[in-house]
Design a protein around this ligand. Structure first.
Ligand code: PLP
Length: 405
């Protein structure tokens, strides 16, 4: 069964020796698999979170210029000085984080490599990492790849709040880090200042780091505020702040991200990053400086665009019986499809997602891929709305076919 990232081997597979203790026991990414299934079926991909509109023009022109100007060899492993300087300025202005670009910033190949580099830099065998569940699919395998034992704390629908006692119980003297993603994929939850303060207190009590994945920081709705953990009392040196250009600048293919951390932690992150990738793409690093210098109006327009898309897709899903949960941030909608599963006689989320492609051509992500125990997500699917309005209107027409079936 390919539900959830923990691969459940068949008896036949169990009888064979797995390649190793990691690849044998988790699946490939279900999100990315759904993209492939969708492409094969010629469907409309509301599964994987990437926009179908382009990155800002000045950024693309800056990339072309950087290539023409000869930025085509290895960059400094931990990031070009001009980019680290621009990141430090943005961190100060937007997040209120003060950092030294020379000793506290590492440019990585996307937030993906940033997360692995942070975990690898922090984890010793036997350490535990706390992850809020449901979680962005990579975090489970990321924890395992780094050698940590993940401990999951539940975010409860409909507001995706956590039980403070359950959180407190998850901490112990083996806890090395807590991973937080706010605004959150897949739930759209935006962690409040109070929630972050509670987590911060526990981090300090148990001498633990906090890894913040802030890549949706500009995609906020209904007046929600993004709070940077590094600005909470006592957390500046304990927080590793991850970001990337993928979501803010609609450039998921560029593979440029970064980590801001204390000088001591940064030394560790840089060592891991150096040996993992040598460095992020040099010409694109130059061009990201241009992205970071876009006028403030860009961010307001981005949020407004997504607000319209969010409302549109939410209404269609609601009308078609998906029981959608209205997100406060990021660009995903989690749905509860228990009733639709019964109506279309499918047994789990994976088969539901496949049936939905068959019936409507619309691809979604099975909910189980966001949980360590697949059953917990077996009645959910996630849709993304990071698409042009025409694409979402096409999706609406396709989904409306369900009414007549
Ligand atoms: N973190 C979260 C929470 C995401 O949702 C994604 C992509 O969907 C990533 C990281 C990947 O980011 P990047 O493209 O910068 O590697």
């Amino acid at each position: 069964s390919a539900c959830g990232f923990f691969y459940i081997p068949t008896d036949k597979e169990l009888a064979m020796k797995p390649l190793n203790h990691l690849t044998g026991y988790f699946t490939e990414s279900v999100i990315r698999m759904m993209s492939r299934i969708c492409n094969q079926a010629g469907g409309l991909n509301l599964a994987q979170g990437f926009p179908d509109f382009d990155a800002p023009e000045p950024m693309k022109q800056a990339a072309q210029k950087a290539i023409q100007d000869g930025y085509n060899q290895y960059a400094i492993t931990f990031g070009q000085p001009c980019l680290r300087k621009a990141i430090a300025a943005k961190a100060k202005d937007y997040n209120g984080i003060e950092c030294d670009p020379d000793t506290q910033i590492t440019v990585t190949c996307g937030a993906t490599e940033a997360m692995i580099s942070c975990l690898k830099a922090l984890i010793n065998p036997g350490d535990e990492v706390i992850v809020f569940e449901p979680f962005y699919e990579n975090y489970g395998p990321d924890s395992l790849l780094s050698g940590a034992t993940p401990r999951y704390v539940t975010l409860h629908a409909p507001d995706w709040s956590f039980d403070p006692d359950e959180l407190a119980e998850a901490f112990n003297d083996k806890t090395k880090a807590v991973v937080i993603n706010t605004p959150n994929n897949p739930t759209g939850k935006v962690f409040s200042r109070e929630e972050l303060t509670r987590i911060a207190e526990l981090c300090q009590k148990w001498d633990t780091y906090c890894i913040m994945d802030d890549i949706y920081e500009h995609i906020l709705f209904d007046g929600a505020e993004h709070v940077a953990m590094a600005t909470i009392d006592g957390m500046a040196d304990r927080t590793l702040t991850i970001n990337s250009v993928s979501k803010t600048y609609s450039a998921t293919g560029w593979r440029i991200g970064w980590v801001i951390a204390s000088p001591e932690v940064t030394q560790g992150v840089r060592k891991i990053h150096d040996f993992l990738t040598v460095g992020a793409p040099a010409p694109l690093q130059e061009a990201v400086v241009t992205a970071l210098e876009l006028p403030q109006s860009y961010y307001g327009e981005l949020a407004a665009r997504y607000e319209k898309a969010r409302r549109f897709l939410y209404d269609v899903l609601d009308e078609q019986g998906f029981n959608p949960n209205l997100p406060k941030g990021a660009y995903y909608i989690m749905t509860d499809v228990a009733e639709l599963m019964e109506r279309f006689d499918v047994s789990d989320d994976f088969n539901f997602a496949k049936k939905l492609i068959e019936l409507t051509g619309v691809a979604s992500v099975p909910g189980s891929s966001f949980y360590a125990e697949p059953e917990k997500g077996s009645k959910q699917v996630r849709f993304c709305f990071c698409k042009k309005m025409e694409t979402l209107e096409d999706a609406a027409q396709r989904l409306r076919k369900l009414s007549s079936l």
